[in-house]
Ligand binder design. Structure first.
Ligand SMILES: Nc1ncnc2c1ncn2[C@@H]1O[C@H](COP(=O)(O)OP(=O)(O)OP(=O)(O)O)[C@@H](O)[C@H]1O
Length: 313
């Protein structure tokens, strides 16, 4: 599959007089991980339900793997692996049995089934636990089993709703590693998340939704650049001398001196830091400490939505 794995055009859904999703133009290139971010009620799940053919749009259109989801829902579903927020309870089954049932739902023939089940369990590192009851699984294992089940029919596009909700840090990182592995193997992933560190670590691009509308789309780095500059902060006993030396240099956007700290606003802090240090040396300024700060995706989120993300710790 080449080009765009997911394309929506003016996609919308109304419930009564409430616009859950409005006029959404989403483009997810093949082979990328795309994040859908937004405060609670922003329309992430509604978007995902329309893309996975579970909910009919009230306006616009959506194509997944080149197939219009309204016109060809069954064909589109064959290309989509969907892992919802809450999977059905299957505590009385082993991991392997759960995957087998899922394979049956996809009408995978018996002989092929056993091979595929072993393949996906292996891919997610679940073979050692395959024959234990799911009721004995940790949250992280359960989530990896959900992912495994989403991959059984070898979908081109994987759609995940809050893939690491409620998981501890090591389990979250494991899930991230698996998502990256899928992307590196050529797969496309769309995921909704409330965790901005997750979006930053995992997503090639993100779209922020608010009240059903797209607010902004870009790579995490592009979005951070949109909200502001990086800052190099230098602590020194001669802050005014350093401030004067730096002000007016072409690569310095702004200098602020507060007590012993000189804050230097620049486009890219890691590359500006050595230049700041060189200026300090040239003007005989002794540096006590130098650090830098970059805007985070949390800053981006607040900037564009005016809300703090629900998943922010
Ligand atoms: N079946 C429904 N009937 C009526 N309103 C709905 C329905 N589903 C969603 N909504 C409304 O649509 C809006 C978007 O909801 P949605 O679940 O898509 O948001 P979300 O971004 O996924 O939020 P969360 O992070 O809380 O899951 C909300 O105002 C919600 O109340």
């Amino acid at each position: 599959m080449t080009g765009e794995a997911i394309t929506t055009t003016g996609l919308g859904r109304v419930f009564g007089d409430r616009h859950a999703v409005r006029d959404l133009d989403l483009r997810v290139p093949t082979g990328q991980v795309m994040g859908l971010l937004g405060p609670n009620g922003a329309g992430k799940t509604t978007t995902i339900r329309m893309l996975t053919t579970l909910l009919a749009p009230t306006s616009g259109s959506a194509r997944v793997a080149g197939l219009d989801v309204r016109r060809y829902p069954a064909r589109a579903r064959r290309h989509i692996g969907y892992v919802p927020q809450e999977k059905g309870v299957r505590h009385l089954l082993t991991g392997r049995e759960s995957a087998e049932i899922e394979a049956d739902l996809h009408h995978i023939p018996r002989r092929e089934r056993d091979r595929r089940v072993t393949e996906v369990l292996d891919l997610l590192g679940l073979l050692p636990d395959a024959d234990r009851l799911v009721s004995e699984y940790s949250g992280g294992l359960q989530r990896r089993l959900d992912l495994a089940c989403g991959l059984l029919h070898r979908p081109d596009v994987l759609i995940l709703d809050e893939p690491t909700l409620g998981l501890d840090v090591p389990s979250r990182r494991q899930v991230w590693d698996h998502v990256r592995q899928l992307r590196d193997g050529g797969g496309t992933v769309l995921l909704a998340t409330n965790y901005l560190d997750e979006a930053d670590a995992l997503c090639d691009r993100v779209t922020i939704l608010d009240r059903g509308r797209e607010v902004v789309t870009g790579t995490p780095a592009e979005l951070k650049r949109k909200v502001g500059a990086d800052v190099v902060v230098v602590r020194t006993r001669q802050p005014d001398r350093l401030g004067r030396a730096l002000a007016g240099l072409p690569w310095v956007r702004q200098v602020k001196v507060v007590d012993a700290d000189v804050s230097v606003f620049v486009a890219d802090a890691p590359s500006a830091l050595p230049a700041v240090m060189a200026e300090a040396r040239r003007h005989d300024v002794a540096v006590l400490r130098a650090t830098y700060e970059r805007p985070t995706l949390d800053d981006v989120f607040v900037h564009f939505t005016g809300h703090v993300a629900a998943g922010a710790q």
